[in-house]
Design a protein. Structure first.
Ligand code: ZN
Length: 569
């Protein structure tokens, strides 16, 4: 038994995530967690909401609520949707937790002691009307290049020119619209990532088994241009973790908070402490401290490619720089993007399907299967309603669902709702068993390696093999002349159902549970195909399950394609 720590990139708090976000971290992480648990390993699977920074403040202001209240409500929404998709987190935490406050301040203190933090004085726009400093992107004005009147302080969206807030003509606050702005001096802390470059390189060079996508992004940031830059880790904001040196005040940093990218990854650790404090587990340090039991933990992170630099450089810089024996990530599984019907998913334009909407129209297994079997691993992939309808109808309804329905109904009509006795398995069953043994081994290899599309393809082939067997063996015809032989065929096919249920559970947990329940068995990972396919003896009772997967109709598809084309209301 191995011990496996799994984290999914933590979703930002300011809204409901779309299916592209879901398949870029949480869903594949759940697949892996479920698989690893099914194989008998000890798993700790953590995720949380990322709650700090200005976008949360602005979203709260739009909703007319205090930011803490807004975040608490949105956490509940995201938690409920995660459960709706059957994401099996051991804990779904919050980066605003007291545990994360303490740990973030602790790391900052350690980094300061190690000489890895420097203080920098900067000039920044201050809005007197708002009573606060404004981040560059919250200053608007007229672009000096093209005259666009809603250019942001960091970039003009119209002509794409990179800007400084001081370049803007008639600058104003994007929060209040006030033009009463002035440049003020302010002090910030910088993490000296540049001083950590060699240690980070050495650590990354030791990761020969990482996916190319992960390593190439990390090395680009390490070496491009002037190399790894120091990063500001504080902001002039109200909402966030107050800047402290451990438990001590930090002179000159009063009223400032840590920048969200500094505290968000530390929440991976804090979340384990939340898990214990919530009474769900004991001793979180045995997962996170190599001096306290975590030396045999394998730590796997899941994330979209845009998050790779933070996880390969910034967060490891925090951990290594602390000089304490915290667990570093062993394997990073990163994803490209899922596009939506010829374009991109867009949260701001409401384009594509969002998690709440998806669950309103179909059960989670449909989405889980399609998204995972099309996970954007080696390149971007695309969601289209045509492909979704076609794949789901074929794989889930025509192949798996049809197989289960056909054999259980046939058995009920000829032998009753018990596994029939009599007859022996012959060469055909031996042949299918051998094929399934080979496929099972391949499926396990792909799942172990987190090769999700390959694993899905193998699982599909395993379903197809049963369907083809049943078609060729034709117990309904054989029954007319050789009842014993028909009984053996039926018994073999019924034994495939618990086998399929166990293998399919990481992808489609609800259908797998229904299949196991109908067959009166618990889900258990097969020791071998051969043992699994004679597990249910003659006389074992079962029930015919309800339809596992209804087909998606053309009218539904057309309706949904129109409904999700843009402008979410
Ligand atoms: Zn412009």
């Amino acid at each position: 038994m191995a011990r496996i720590l799994i984290t999914s990139a933590i979703p930002y708090i300011n809204g409901i995530k779309h299916l592209g976000n879901l398949v870029g971290s949480q869903l594949p992480a759940d697949l892996f967690a479920r698989y690893m648990r099914a194989r008998g390993n000890e798993v700790l699977f953590l995720c949380a909401t990322d709650e700090h920074a200005t976008p949360a403040e602005l979203a709260a202001a739009r909703a007319g609520k205090p930011v803490a209240e807004y975040c608490a409500e949105m956490w509940q929404v995201q938690d409920r949707l995660g459960q709706g998709f059957r994401l099996s987190f051991d804990h779904f935490g919050r980066s605003s937790s007291p545990q994360n406050h303490r740990l973030t301040q602790h790391f900052a203190g350690r980094l300061a002691e190690a000489g890895l933090i420097r203080e920098v004085s900067e000039k920044q726009m201050y809005s007197r009307a708002d009573g606060r400093f404004l981040p560059d992107r919250y200053i608007e004005g007229t672009c000096p290049n093209c005259g666009y009147d809603k250019a942001r302080g960091d970039q003009c969206e119209n002509c794409t020119k990179q800007l400084d807030p001081t370049d803007l003509i008639d600058p104003r606050s994007a929060i209040s619209g006030s033009t009463d702005l002035e440049v003020r001096e302010t002090k910030h802390l910088y993490l000296r990532q540049s001083a950590m470059r060699d240690r980070l390189r050495e650590w990354i060079d030791g990761k020969a088994d990482w996916p190319v996508l992960t390593t190439s992004i990390a090395k680009k940031w390490l070496d491009d241009g002037e190399g790894l830059q120091d990063r500001g880790i504080t902001r002039d904001l109200d909402w966030g973790i107050p800047v402290k040196k451990g438990t001590e005040d930090w002179p000159g940093m009063e009223g400032k908070v840590f920048y969200v990218w500094f505290d968000a990854p530390i929440e991976y650790i804090a979340c384990a402490a939340e898990w214990v404090d919530a009474g769900k587990g004991e001793d979180w340090e045995r997962w996170w401290r190599t001096d306290k039991g975590a030396e045999d933990v394998r730590y796997v992170q899941f994330m979209g490619k845009d998050n790779v630099p933070f996880h390969t450089l910034s967060f490891p810089a925090t951990i290594l720089g602390s000089g304490e024996p915290w667990k570093l990530v062993d394997y990073i599984k990163s994803f490209n993007y899922l596009n939506y019907d010829g374009g991109q998913f867009s949260t701001s334009q409401g384009r594509g399907v969002f998690m709440d909407q998806a669950l309103e129209i179909l059960p989670p297994d449909y989405w889980r299967w399609w998204l995972l079997s099309h996970a954007p691993e080696t390149s971007d992939s695309e969601f289209t309603w045509e492909a979704f309808q076609q794949d789901v109808n074929k794989d889930l309804a025509d192949v798996l669902g049809n197989f289960v329905s056909r054999i259980t109904k046939f058995c009920r009509s000829k032998f009753g709702e018990v596994v029939p006795e009599g007859g022996d398995y012959g060469p055909k069953e031996a042949e299918v068993t051998a094929e399934l043994a080979e496929r099972l081994a391949r499926y396990e290899r792909h799942m172990d390696a987190i090769e999700i599309r390959k694993a899905a393809a193998e699982l599909r082939a395993i379903w197809v093999a049963g369907n083809e067997y049943l078609q060729e063996a034709g117990p309904w015809t054989v029954f007319k002349t050789d009842e014993a032989r028909a009984a053996a065929i039926t018994r073999f096919a019924l034994n495939l159902i618990p086998f399929y249920a166990s293998l399919s559970a990481p992808f489609i947990p609800d259908a797998a549970a229904k299949m196991a329940e109908a067959m009166g068995v618990d889900l258990a990972w097969p020791e071998s195909a051969e043992a699994a396919l004679s597990a249910l003896p003659g006389g074992h009772p079962f029930t015919v399950p309800d339809v596992l997967f209804a087909k998606i109709q053309d009218e539904e598809r057309a309706d949904w394609a129109t409904r999700f084309a843009g402008v979410r209301t």
